[in-house]
Ligand binder design. Structure first.
Ligand SMILES: Cc1ncc(COP(=O)(O)O)c(C=O)c1O
Length: 419
């Protein structure tokens, strides 16, 4: 794997595209992003024609792998007939019906394009319903890049004004944010007991901390959250942008048996096309007919909704998630086993088909672990395996035993060659 054409392409991209990448976080890819010319199943091919086993899976959306014809055929069919129309079309409700059928608390939904936008809408609905202003999030969790929630990305001073996640963000909106510690039931109960005095409208939680180490919720944590939100009139929002349709057909609510008031979905719902949604209680969502603004030129794009409907159709078959779970368990066993036996030990954290590489003694956050993983990454790329810089590993139904075996061979070699 020479990566030479990708290196040249990246140099050229940097002259026209800010930082040379379409999304800022991708700049972390080393030695530079891989430029893909084709993607199929569990594999991508770069500009030199070299094939890589892909564990990036577009940072989450591709639960069925790249280019599943059941999705792409549906998209091609609709794209030939219409693109955005700016008025209504049937897929808006047929795709919605398919999503509501899959999600345990799905009474109504709103279409948006990205997870970031849908989070904004969900919090607006919560503020409108409660007449309160502030939102509780958990330290290290990522809910998109808008100023109001892109903060508190590190461990630290709980319950204090959160630190902004980047330069240029408005500090004034951070007074609206309260930061709690994930899986700390006592802390969240204490904060919510003062919900009225502290003006708390909503709690937003990524139930599996998908961008901060992949940490499943403690058995009592989500149940306590649900009970305290009910008691103190706070809207409970699950951010299932990664978890949704990946860790179970009905996402975190199905997997953990706790129903939030609203869930935010994105990534996997459209099998690789751009679509997100806020799903949940009809009375909350129906506020859009009563002064709550939810807008967007591209909302309900028929091409993307064809992909949503096709994806929901595929996921309705329980064998899809069964096979996703079994390939993920196998990956954990084989690759986790190699890591545990390696010269510098690390483990894999797993919830469903989302895994996170965690080296002993190193903390992880949105940007990963640095250290050992960055040494492994480069070696794996040279051996035809594409991993994410953060150490998150996304599996799909397209990954098979041959991919796991090839990954294990490459990892074994890379671990042996570590300095
Ligand atoms: C948990 C979570 N919430 C929200 C977002 C934002 O979604 P998007 O990138 O589509 O704006 C992401 C993106 O990675 C995410 O992982």
């Amino acid at each position: 794997m020479s990566l030479e054409s990708s290196r040249i392409a990246f140099e050229r991209a940097r002259r026209s595209v800010g930082a040379g990448v379409g999304s800022g976080l991708r700049a972390a890819m080393r030695p530079h992003p891989l430029f893909v010319s084709e993607a199929r199943g569990a594999h991508v091919w770069d500009l030199d024609g070299d094939r890589y086993i892909d564990y990036v899976m577009a940072w989450g959306p591709l639960v069925l792998g790249h280019g599943d014809p059941r999705i792409t055929d549906a998209v091609v069919d609709v794209a030939g007939r219409m693109q955005v129309v700016g008025t209504s079309h049937v897929l808006e409700y047929t795709a919605a019906e398919a999503v509501l059928e899959a999600v345990p608390h799905g009474e109504r939904l709103l279409w948006s394009n990205t997870g970031t936008e849908a989070v904004q809408v969900a919090l607006r609905l919560a503020r409108a319903a409660t007449g309160r202003r502030r939102v509780v999030k958990f330290a290290k969790s990522y809910h998109g890049w808008q100023d109001a929630v892109h903060a508190g990305l590190d461990d630290g001073a709980w319950d204090e004004p959160a630190a902004p996640g980047g330069r240029g963000q408005s500090p004034s909106v951070l007074d609206d944010l309260v930061v709690a510690r994930f899986n700390d039931t006592e802390m969240i109960e204490r904060i919510l007991a003062e919900a009225v005095e502290r003006d708390i409208a909503a709690v937003i939680v990524d139930p599996i901390m998908s961008n901060a180490g992949v940490e499943p919720p403690a058995p009592e944590f989500l149940r306590a959250l649900r009970a305290r939100c009910d008691r103190h009139g706070v809207v409970l929002v699950f951010d299932e942008v990664i978890a949704g349709f990946r860790i179970a057909r009905g996402g975190a609510a199905e997997r953990f048996g706790v129903r939030p008031d609203l869930s935010v979905f994105g990534k996997a719902m459209a099998g690789g096309f751009t679509q997100s949604a806020v799903v949940g209680r009809a009375d909350l969502i129906d506020q859009v007919t009563d002064g709550v603004v939810h807008a967007g030129t591209f909302n309900g794009n028929p091409v993307a909704l064809a992909a949503v409907q096709a994806t929901m159709g595929v996921l309705a078959d329980p064998s899809v998630h069964e096979s996703l779970e079994s390939v993920s368990a196998r990956f954990e066993q084989v690759i986790g086993g190699l890591l545990a036996a390696g010269p510098r030990t690390a483990r894999l954290q797993r919830v469903g088909s989302l895994l996170q590489f965690v080296p002993d003694g190193e903390a992880t956050n949105l940007h990963g672990t640095g250290g050992l993983w960055s040494q492994i990454l480069g070696g794996m790329l040279a051996n035809g395996v594409l991993f994410m810089p953060s150490g998150k590993i996304f599996l799909s139904t397209a990954h098979g035993q041959a991919d796991i075996d090839a990954t294990a061979d490459a990892l074994d070699k890379v671990l042996r060659e570590l300095p």
